[in-house]
Design a protein around this ligand. Structure first.
Ligand code: GUN
Length: 288
């Protein structure tokens, strides 16, 4: 029974997406079109600061303009909203991302709802979340979309499979469940109040774990041959680990994403795809 799982190399898949985008952006530049992503970072949480730098670096690498707007940790709700208004009105800005989490004195939902839906590269605005809910065209949140993108590109079939999602956040769990449903999986969502979690995860053909806690899923929680997607990014003794016990689970899974180098790069690559898609739609540009 001891298979050794195929490691799903997120960096490699992301790089092929970057290459495709790079080529599209070169062609657009030849037509005088250049697109811009602005990432808003409030405060100096080291993890957030590092993610934001990664997003900017990737943007620049593929030929998007990547801008970071840094605001102090004690910025007021009013000033933050005014900055979002300014970016909404700035015609050179194609995508706006406000890095979460925000400091506790900020009403996060109000900020997300202030971002113009046509520049909402995260797909977090209720207009976009609602459009996705009813099956209308809209950008999908980057992490779930990146995961489906990777499954497609790695030749892993979703249709008809039992997908179990552990976690129900607005960023990952909920949109992940909806997107897997759109891909014709049979979907079960588990969360912190789920009883007998292991009995349910062991039914999964595709198991997505997005809890934010190390070792939530260990070898005994996984059906032999399952595909395991680890969304966790936990820092333990200065080391980045996921939510899944990688060593144990990779002995029973057929495929597994590592941390780092699994889901993370796909999230960033999908953010770039969303920025290009929204920029072209807002500017009414068709690619040749
Ligand atoms: N923080 C963690 N993941 C995300 C994400 O996908 N988007 C934003 N805006 N903040 C995050």
């Amino acid at each position: 029974m001891y298979l050794v799982a195929r490691i799903l190399d997120g960096k490699k898949v992301a790089e092929s997406i970057h290459q495709e985008l790079r080529e599209r952006l070169i062609r657009l530049k030849e037509r005088g079109v250049s697109l811009k992503l602005t990432v808003v970072l409030v405060g100096d949480n080291p993890a957030s600061a590092s993610y934001v730098r990664g997003k900017q670096r990737t943007a620049e690498k593929i030929g998007l303009e990547g801008e970071i707007l840094r605001l102090p940790a004690d910025v007021s709700q009013e000033v933050l909203l005014a900055e979002v208004d300014r970016l909404n009105a700035d015609d050179s800005v194609d995508g706006i991302l406000v890095q979460l989490p925000l400091p506790t004195h900020i009403a996060e939902q109000e900020v997300l709802e202030r971002i113009s839906p046509e520049k909402d590269v995260d797909g977090f605005h209720p207009m976009n979340a609602g459009r996705n809910f009813v099956g209308l065209d809209a950008v999908w949140p980057c992490t779930p979309a990146g995961i489906v993108n990777m499954l497609h590109r790695e030749g892993i079939e979703i249709e008809g499979k039992h997908a179990v999602v552990v976690g129900r956040s607005n960023i990952v769990g909920k949109p992940m469940a909806l997107l897997l449903l759109k891909e014709n999986a049979t979907v079960t969502v588990c969360h912190s109040r789920t009883k007998n979690l292991s009995d349910i995860t062991r039914l999964a053909d595709i198991l997505v774990v997005a809890v934010g806690q190390p070792n939530v899923v260990t070898q005994g929680d996984v059906k032999p041959g399952a595909v395991v997607i680890d969304v966790g990014m936990n820092r333990v003794d200065g080391k980045l680990v996921g939510d899944v016990d990688f060593a144990g689970v990779s002995e029973v899974a057929s495929a597994i994403t590592p941390v780092p180098g699994g889901v993370g790069p796909l999230t960033v690559a999908t953010l770039m795809q969303n920025t290009v898609a929204l920029g072209l739609a807002r500017r009414g540009i068709k690619e040749e």
